[in-house]
Design a protein around this ligand. Structure first.
Ligand code: MG
Length: 399
């Protein structure tokens, strides 16, 4: 099942009154928007995420929205909430089965609530999270005893049966065709404060999924106080953890080629055979960096069938991989490499390798480790016919 998530963050949050849009205010050190998006980034059932932002923010989205972990797109929202959702819906993958919509102003929805909302929509077509009213609910109007409107005063018309009253939250989830029909009705003039109301008006039954009391909508300054307390209680977001990648490379050793390892030329009777300079250390690190961010591998981005990479400096390819990771919001924490080579010993060159690798990656040499091993005379490497390298890279989000 392909599930798309729309995060409605197109509003300005004027009720909070500040110069900063409310979705960018921080709770326990993390912006509300980052928290709301993280629910879906971390959710295993969500295939893609579309975030509708005010147009000025959409033009320059914050770094935590530039994640490669999952397909995440930012679109400029519209004037009203339903316009923003419409804009985002146009960016939804055509193969989506279910679309989940969530308010950016609700940063505490749990993974379980999202799952139950999706499951209900898959079964019935439309669902929303909602909680039973704890307070007794009165329907009112402005008509007093005299039968005439009395300024701002309101009077009870009837007391509603509390059992039937549910307060709507998000997430709200819809089969793609249901949401399509609901939004089409909205384009024809219908107005609503949530998509479930549009679906109702389009003639669909919307199933209630039991929401969560902590899934509050942060709208007023008082809400910020409560939200801050919830944020402190629920603890830090797990999303800013590092991402690890591994890389491996092996090249044949032949007479008459230079032996370039970690960007350093080592005097040797045989050198590595390859299309480029055949630097196994740089190739392994390149794969580790790309792998950490889920960007494929060296062969995908720098294929040896492409003449532009013939004779390319592997330090340069590695630096390009680092730039690609940076474009996705990640920087390199450290890299650790093991070189497997029977001879010569690399020990005397390790410090220079660390320097050259660190320079290419734009990090301090203390974050680069290079270790040498032999293969104890066994197999092709042990017979001096090949050189290999293993690398691990740890990347972390720059936000
Ligand atoms: Mg290679």
């Amino acid at each position: 099942m392909f599930v798309s998530a729309i995060i409605a963050a197109g509003g300005r949050g004027l009720r909070l009154g500040g110069a900063v849009p409310k979705q960018l205010l921080t709770l326990a050190g993390r912006p509300i928007l980052e928290r709301s998006v993280a629910i879906f980034v971390d959710h295993p059932e969500i295939s893609e995420i579309i975030v509708a932002l005010p147009s000025d923010l959409a033009a320059e989205p914050p770094p935590y929205l530039r994640t490669a972990v999952k397909q995440l797109r930012v679109v400029a929202g519209g004037e009203r909430r339903q316009d923003s959702v419409s804009c985002a819906f146009q960016a939804v993958d055509p193969h989506a089965d279910i679309v989940v919509i969530h308010d950016a102003a609700r940063p505490f929805a749990t993974r379980d609530l999202v799952s139950r909302t999706i499951a209900a929509a898959a079964k019935t077509g439309a669902s929303l999270a909602a909680i039973p009213s704890r307070d007794t609910v009165k329907r009112t109007d402005r008509t007093g005893d005299a039968g005439a409107p009395q300024n701002d005063e309101r009077f009870v018309v009837e007391t509603l049966s509390r059992d039937e009253i549910f307060l709507a939250q998000t997430p709200q989830a819809f089969r793609r065709d249901v949401l399509d029909a609901a939004l089409a009705a909205a384009r024809n003039g219908a107005e609503a404060t949530d998509e479930a109301a549009l679906a109702e008006r389009a003639g669909y039954r919307v199933e209630i999924v039991h929401g969560e009391a902590t899934n509050i909508k942060v709208t007023t300054p008082e809400d910020m106080t409560i939200a801050d307390a919830i944020a402190r209680k629920t603890g830090p977001l797990p999303a800013r953890t590092g991402r690890a990648g591994t890389g491996y490379d092996l090249h044949r050793l032949v007479a008459g080629r230079p032996l370039i390892v970690g960007g350093i030329t080592i005097p040797s009777a045989a050198g590595a055979l390859g299309h480029s300079d055949a630097d196994v250390v740089c190739h392994a690190i390149t794969d580790a960096v790309l792998g950490a961010v889920g960007l494929g591998d060296i062969g995908l981005h720098f294929p040896d069938s492409d003449p532009q990479w013939k004779g390319a400096s592997s330090l340069d390819l590695m630096a390009r991989a680092k730039t690609m990771a940076a474009d996705h919001g990640y920087e390199i924490g450290n890299v650790d490499v093991t070189v497997i080579l029977e001879k010569p010993k690399i020990r005397d060159y390790v410090d220079r390798m660390r320097e050259s690798i660190a320079t290419a990656l734009g990090i301090d040499p203390s974050r680069v480790s290079v270790k040498g091993k032999t293969n104890e005379g066994m197999d092709a490497i042990g017979r001096g016919e090949a050189i290999a390298a293993h690398a691990v890279a740890l990347l972390r989000s720059r936000s």
